[in-house]
Design a binder for this molecule. Structure first.
Ligand code: 13P
Length: 252
């Protein structure tokens, strides 16, 4: 049985004060959620304060991006060790918004992934096709390319520490969720790629989260799919009531 993960990607929302207030509200609401791991991903500025505020709770803290170098002349970037020092245990890598807004490539995803692993962080690596790619029936091709490039050169040991988030770009922030069956189909395909490369055991242990307009009213259907091991939630992770309702999907 793969343990479920519900992660909230806050994107560029919440000041430090708002972030601390939010996790203060969230903590008691998810205190009984033994069925899953819960992760929040605040913007860089709030990481340290949130990490302090979640101490002793079940919440883990993720950053939304990372640079691959240990240090250097990279204006605006943050290294893996800096994230660890700030209290992060996880890091989101290759989000489609970074691919679109910042020209993130599969090669860079791969470098970031290796650097994050070396620093002891748990990477949540995002993959997924755009609307044009889906309409051109290229979903499988895109996932294969992102997998081959993004995950190149990883040992089985490395791979066992990774989570993948399947986030079809057309479902992000649009209210157009992939149906549970559509999501599961892509998850199954991704798990098949992992099986080919790393074998049955690692493929069976890999957690694949779905992301794209996850809400309290569709989480139960998504999580009913054997292939879906959790969710990476954007908009609905910003309010304590909606995020806790998603985390507590089993107790609804
Ligand atoms: P929404 O839940 O707002 O669609 O965002 C999904 C996402 O991009 C999570 O990383």
């Amino acid at each position: 049985m793969r343990r479920a993960v519900i992660a909230g990607n806050w994107k560029m929302y919440k000041t430090i004060a708002e972030a601390v207030e939010f996790v203060g509200k969230l903590r008691p609401l998810v205190a009984q959620a033994d069925h899953c791991e819960v992760v929040v991903a605040p913007p860089f500025t709030a990481l340290r304060a949130v990490a302090e505020a979640v101490k002793g709770s079940r919440l883990a803290v993720a950053a939304q991006d990372v640079h691959w170098d240990k240090e250097g002349a990279h204006t605006g970037d943050v290294s893996p060790a800096m994230l660890v020092e700030a209290g992060c245990t996880h890091v989101i890598i290759g989000h489609s918004e970074r691919r679109q807004d910042h020209g993130e490539t599969d090669e860079n995803v791969n470098r970031k992934l290796k650097a994050a692993l070396a620093a002891g962080l748990t990477p949540i690596v995002c993959v997924g096709e755009t609307l044009a790619e889906r309409e051109a029936v290229k979903t499988v091709e895109v996932l294969q390319r992102q997998f081959q490039g993004g995950f190149a050169g990883l040992t089985p040991q490395d791979f066992s520490r990774i989570m993948i988030a399947y986030e079809p770009v057309w479902a992000i922030g649009t209210g157009r969720t992939a149906t549970p069956e559509m999501a599961a189909e892509s998850h199954r395909y991704l798990r098949g790629l992992v099986r080919q490369k790393y074998g049955e055991e690692l493929a069976g242990r890999l957690r694949i989260l779905y992301g794209g307009s996850v809400k309290p009213d569709n989480i139960v259907g998504l999580m009913a799919q054997e292939e879906i091991d959790g969710a990476l939630v954007g908009g609905a992770s910003l309010k304590a009531d909606s995020f806790s309702a998603i985390v507590n999907y089993r107790r609804a």
